[in-house]
Design a protein around this ligand. Structure first.
Ligand SMILES: Nc1ncnc2c1ncn2[C@@H]1O[C@H](COP(=O)(O)OP(=O)(O)OP(=O)(O)O)[C@@H](O)[C@H]1O
Ligand SMILES: [Mg+2]
Length: 403
């Protein structure tokens, strides 16, 4: 070791060393000579690395299995198992094959160097070594480790994203084939019936029934197509046109159509507006669609005789639009998914209700684009409460101009 130079503790660590934290980096050193281990340990400790020592190959393998190091500095000639064999075993094991092994050996002839790389070594340092060289090679291997981990994380994210797109595509196809084909078949069937009707027959009941069913199917398709268009538009990025509106009046307008739907289903729809005039900034078309989806759901998933309540509450800088129903409720395991596109609850009562599973995903996107949040609480058999919170536009009191 006589020729080795030891950098001062205050010396600057190589540039790339800044890219990871030595205190979180564990290096295993394997050498049968305690003095070699001590020298390396002093060097690595001076630079803040966690280091662990082994004096033979088998102990090294046991230590690796117990707690995976980030890097291994490995001597070649040791009693018992030599460094080549240790390296081969590490590379043959799925758990340990990615740990870089840097050989440190007095053997400088080309055959040994080549053999070390053939055994799976990542680098080779000849003893006696220069401290700066050891540090530089350690840093370069650890940088590669960090880059590999970053790439793995990105790949895992990409895989997840791809799988979720794949799931969405499958759900879309299932939904489109069922929900678009069914009403089309109904329309075609009744069109055939009308064609065969005797136009001079004074009994119009069959014709009226056919027209009513065709209109009903067209309405279903219209609603589905407009949901799909909203959804597609948000997927490709939509710009909202925000304008200030008076909240209580806006909600009142949203509920207009829904009062009729509630009455038809014998559901009580109650609305408690705010006493004070509060202004919010919204894109009226999209926010109306979100409120419509929430209240339509409350009516759809509440059996006749139930109650739906829409209430506005105000906290300091926010308003909360609360839509509560006494309906079917949602099982706890479904709650994290109901805002996913095309997700539908498969629970007693829900399957009988028609829908595409797009409504709540549109609600969530619209609300979040307004810098708001949507939350849900629900108990199966008891009912559900959805809360939309939105920021309030704070009106600055006008200061009269000085006389
Ligand atoms: N108020 C509610 N009470 C009970 N279940 C609800 C309620 N709102 C939503 N759900 C459940 O969450 C699922 C997703 O709702 P979402 O509005 O996204 O879709 P949908 O109502 O099935 O179809 P769409 O709204 O697109 O016509 C529904 O299938 C339903 O099971
Ligand atoms: Mg819905």
């Amino acid at each position: 070791m006589g020729r080795s130079t030891y950098p001062s503790r205050g010396g600057t660590a190589p540039m790339a060393e800044q890219a990871f934290d030595p205190k979180q980096t564990k290096i295993l050193m394997v050498d049968d000579l305690p003095s070699n281990l001590q020298t390396l340990s002093d060097l690595l400790t001076a630079y803040g690395y966690i280091n662990v020592q082994a004096r033979d190959g088998q102990t090294a393998l046991n230590l690796v299995q117990a707690d995976l190091p980030d890097l291994i500095l490995l001597d070649i000639y040791m009693p018992g198992m030599d460094g080549y064999e240790v390296c081969r075993r590490l590379k043959a094991d799925e758990r340990t094959k990615h740990i870089p092994v840097v050989f440190i050996s007095a053997l400088s002839d080309i055959d040994n160097v080549v053999k070390a790389f053939e055994a799976g070594g990542a680098d080779y340092i000849v003893k006696p070594f220069q401290f700066r060289e050891v540090l530089a090679r350690v840093v370069s291997q650890l940088t590669l480790v960090r880059q590999r981990r970053e790439i793995e994380t990105l790949r895992a994210q990409d895989r997840q994203h791809f799988e979720s797109l794949q799931r969405m595509k499958d759900q879309f196809i299932r939904m489109a084939t069922h929900d678009l084909r069914n009403p089309l078949n109904v329309i075609l069937g009744y069109a055939n019936i009308i064609e065969r009707l005797n136009i001079s027959d004074p009994d119009l009941s069959l014709r009226n029934e056919a027209v009513e069913n065709i209109r009903d199917s067209v309405e279903k398709m219209r609603s589905l197509v407009s949901d799909l268009l909203d959804f597609a538009q948000f997927e490709t990025g939509t710009y909202l046109t925000l304008a200030p509106v008076l909240l209580s009046q806006f909600i009142d307008k949203c509920l207009n159509r829904l009062h009729v739907v509630a009455v038809q289903k014998n559901i009580e729809l109650a609305y408690t507006a705010l006493a004070e005039a509060v202004t919010i900034n919204v894109d009226e078309t999209y926010m109306a669609r979100a409120i419509d989806n929430l209240v339509s759901n409350a009516i759809k998933y509440t059996p006749a005789g139930g109650r739906v309540e829409v209430q506005i509450e105000r906290t300091d800088q926010q308003v909360c639009i609360r839509v509560a129903d006494t309906g079917l409720g949602i099982p706890e395991e479904d709650l994290p998914h109901i805002f996913d596109p095309f997700y539908r609850v498969r629970y007693a009562g829900h399957e009988q209700v028609e829908g595409s599973g797009l409504g709540l995903s549109i609600v969530k996107t619209v609300v979040e684009q307004h810098h708001g949040q949507v939350m849900v609480e629900s108990r199966p058999g008891k009912g559900s409460t959805f809360r939309v919170t939105l920021p309030v536009v704070l009106t600055v009191p006008q200061v009269p101009a000085p006389q």
